[in-house]
Design a protein around this ligand. Structure first.
Ligand SMILES: [Zn+2]
Length: 300
């Protein structure tokens, strides 16, 4: 069974060389704040494409899904999509990639998104309305969700735990109720809610809400920075093993006390470890089976 990381980020070497200068020039101020926070050690790591491939080989990761950033400017989304199309074409057996889009940029953004999907990208996201503008319920965002449904591709949204929002200058308040309303309004769209959906799995215990979640997936990106590793077992017990995707947020340093450079190894050890307490069959689904099934549904 293949191991697939459903949530990584990747940038060209010239971006990694000076992220503050590059991001400032692009007008991507939120991204700069996230990757180079002022006056504290950054957890952001960087890796070239060659290093990424070496880290995958070392850890035994067969494929990764590169996610776009929630860029404030549609022009940056299109720049990133061009990088991703190149990398996917160079290594189609190792790299899948989702298209970046700023839904609030309207019809032109949706046309660019459709072109990126035509060129081989296989999903949409990561998206975050609190940074990109507009709201999940508005016309522009709804049109992107409808486009994704028509193309049979999933939409990944960055979702943070509303109660964990505090001193961290890179966290945005998360109105979880707006995500629930989005799910209810777009039953034909497959959503991947990153970072365990900010706590939404708990609401699947409500029998009146549960039926709405049939096309909702959760990824485990940055688990070690957010939750106890038993979160894997606990969420499987609530939603089952079929809608959970292993993801890391590589090249984020998810284990800053024990790693100095990005690696998949510690995140893999966590999901396979005793605290996660997953059976071999559950691991096969979460480590790659679910992502492979999801990405196989694409309509071209
Ligand atoms: Zn995220």
């Amino acid at each position: 069974m293949s191991v697939i990381d459903a949530h990584i980020h990747a940038y060209p070497a010239e971006v990694a060389a000076d992220p503050v200068a590059w991001g400032t020039e692009q007008g991507e101020h939120w991204w700069v704040r996230c990757v180079a926070p002022h006056r504290r050690r950054s957890l952001q790591g960087w890796a070239t494409i060659d290093q990424l491939l070496r880290d995958m080989d070392t850890a035994g990761v067969d494929q990764v899904v590169m996610l776009g950033w929630y860029w404030e400017r549609q022009a940056t989304c299109e720049l990133q999509n061009a990088w991703f199309i190149d990398w996917h074409r160079a290594h189609p057996d190792r790299f899948q990639a989702f298209a970046a889009v700023n839904p609030s940029a309207g019809a032109a953004a949706r046309e660019a998104l459709a072109r990126a999907l035509d060129a081989g990208l296989c999903g949409v996201g990561e998206l975050l309305p609190q940074v990109q503008g507009g709201a999940l319920a508005d016309e522009n965002w709804s049109a992107v969700f409808a486009l994704a449904a028509a193309r049979g591709v999933p939409v990944n949204l960055h979702v943070t735990d509303p109660l964990a929002f505090g001193s961290d200058s890179t966290a945005k308040a998360t109105p979880l109720e707006s995500y629930l309303a989005m799910i209810q309004a777009h039953q034909a769209t497959t959503f991947i809610l990153a970072h365990w959906g900010g706590g939404l799995p708990f609401y699947e215990l409500n029998p009146r809400l549960r039926p709405f979640f049939k096309n909702v997936y959760y990824d485990s990106a940055a688990t070690a920075l957010l939750y106890d590793p038993s979160v894997f077992r606990r969420v499987v017990d609530i939603v089952g093993p079929e809608r959970i995707l292993w993801g890391t947020d590589y090249p984020l340093l998810t284990h800053p006390r024990i790693e100095r450079a990005p690696t998949f190894r510690h995140d893999l050890a966590d999901v396979r470890g005793p605290a996660a307490a997953l059976s071999p069959a559950e691991l096969d689904l979460i480590l790659g089976g679910n992502t492979a099934r999801l990405l196989g549904r694409r309509v071209s």
